[in-house]
Design a protein around this ligand. Structure first.
Ligand code: EPU
Length: 334
């Protein structure tokens, strides 16, 4: 079924909680619906279409002058399995954390470190979400899509998805709409506890899937604001990567600077850079930098998208002036 709403209030579809509207909001339940939608009235100018997931990675700076599309394709099913692995197929509209909970409840390893990340399965595959040393791509086998130009269904093997840090083929090619994602999960225990304080949070507890999921949830609750209480979109920026020359000169100046080596390059946590610029816990009007994680911009109540963008640009300029590093938003700015 296809549901169309005109002049639609998007407050509950963006985790910043911004009071914006879209000219048209279209929700669909199935692959067949997508075929009926393209072409149909209101959907002719494809450049104006924005496909939204859980709205947890988007900043609307104004009302949206185009159709906003949302997938309500649900369902999780087993496609294949052997002694070691299970292949699951999940609809793009399944809540990501429901999917993680399903895996944990069925003793399937792989996505437990990605617990409590807001958003939906389709967006997780577009964005290649990541946390605590794991990225969605690590478990994705293939991605089922609908090409709005050719009206064909196309399945991408993982190797064709061009996955990298918070990036994929689908981010650059908006004419492919994700309908389902296939994941390979392990029946054998594979705890991944190497990142940060995860093993510390787990403490003496047994390394079960449920305990690891709970530890991740506890860390996230301590560090990140709950969007139901304080509007935010998680990390507002991606962590920048610099070359060795730049890194070594920064390290001489800031010996305590955290970093991760990525091949020949060095990734510097944007949260650290922002904190060094004095922005952690500071605000410009009703938009602020979260006091426990400077990478997160928060709506302190009644901020507009423009207030949040103004703060983001001010912080970006300060980081550039102090460190010579351009930090880039992770969030889609519309
Ligand atoms: N740090 C600071 N100050 C801050 C924040 C961080 O100094 O205000 C330092 C920390 O002390 C640590 C380093 O920066 O040494 C890394 O911090 P953290 O472990 O919190 O991770 P992050 O790099 O800031 C990334 C992801 C998060 C994910 C965490 C944990 C990005 C853009 N963000 O943050 O993802 O939860 O790692 O894996 O890669 C998201 O994408 O929305 C998100 C929350």
């Amino acid at each position: 079924m296809i549901r169309k709403y005109v002049n639609y209030d998007l407050s509950s579809h963006n985790t910043f909680g911004l009071k914006v509207k879209s000219r048209l909001f279209v929700e669909y339940d199935s692959q067949d619906d997508l075929k009926d939608l393209f072409p149909s009235s209101g959907m002719n100018d494809k450049t104006k279409i924005f496909h939204i997931g859980g709205g947890s990675n988007v900043l609307f700076t104004d009302d949206y002058d185009g159709p906003v599309l949302h997938s309500a394709i649900k369902g999780i099913s087993v496609c294949e399995q052997d002694d070691k692995c299970v292949m699951l197929r999940a609809g793009a509209g399944v809540l990501w954390d429901d999917f993680v909970d399903y895996c944990v409840s069925h003793d399937l390893w792989g996505v437990e470190n990605l617990s409590l990340i807001p958003g939906e399965v389709g967006a997780a595959a577009v964005q290649n979400i990541g946390a605590y040393g794991v990225e969605a791509k690590d478990c994705i086998m293939s991605v089922e899509t609908f090409n709005t130009d050719t009206r064909e269904f196309v399945i991408f093997d993982k190797s064709d998805c061009a996955y990298s840090y918070r990036n994929s083929f689908f981010k650059q090619h908006k004419n492919y709409i994700v309908t389902h994602v296939r994941f390979r999960l392990s029946k054998e225990a594979r705890p991944q506890l190497g990142y940060g304080n995860l093993s510390g949070e787990l403490g003496q507890s047994e390394q079960t899937l449920r305990n690891i999921r709970n530890a991740v949830i506890d860390i996230r609750r301590k560090k990140l604001p709950d969007p139901a209480v304080t509007g935010n979109a998680g990390s507002f920026f991606v962590n920048p990567v610099v070359d060795r020359l730049h890194f070594e000169s920064l390290k001489r100046q800031y010996p305590d600077m955290p970093y991760y080596e990525v091949g020949e390059m060095f990734k510097i946590p944007a949260g650290w850079l922002i904190e060094q610029c004095g922005w952690k816990g500071k605000a410009l009007g009703k938009a602020g930098m979260y006091e426990k994680q400077a990478l997160v911009l928060v709506n302190l109540g009644g901020a507009t998208g423009r207030d949040i963008l103004h703060l983001a640009k001010t912080v970006m300029a300060d980081v550039y002036n102090k460190f010579g590093i351009e930090i880039r938003p992770e969030v889609n700015i519309l």
